[in-house]
Design a protein around this ligand. Sequence first.
Ligand code: 4NP
Length: 144
Amino acid sequence: MKILMVCLGNICRSPLAHGIMEQMARGKGLDWEVESAGTGNWHVGEPPDQRSIRTARAHGIDISGQVCRLFRVSDFDTYDHIFVMDRNNLSDVLAMARNKSDAAKVKLLLGDKIVPDPYYEDEQFEPVFKMVEEGCRVIIEELS
Ligand code: 4NP
């Protein structure tokens, strides 16, 4: 199974989702490949935001080696599932879909709820971690 986590900057939310899902899948003995990408290019080539790195580390997950990259059309070919954090991510990614099969791969991580952007609110990183963790738990249950 190949899974891609997508947010706007690929430095706050999707790196957390990437690290959490990778660790959860490994813990369940699942041979899943997890990556992340962003729809905006401001931070391409950079590591995740220090606040995401710190929050993940507090939960025993090291995301410091991740490198920000842009979402690209070929990701529709590479990945089985593409999970986005909010409705802007959803419309940005769907706008790049070439056909129905591309579009069918794209879903909100939390099903019908969004993961809010914590970029301008330091205190939101921990709640965002918890939301993403719960979303990953549900997805693993559904897909494994
Ligand atoms: P993310 O948060 O989408 O969770 O990575 C953001 C990070 C950076 C920016 C926006 C959102 N930015 O505008 O630079």
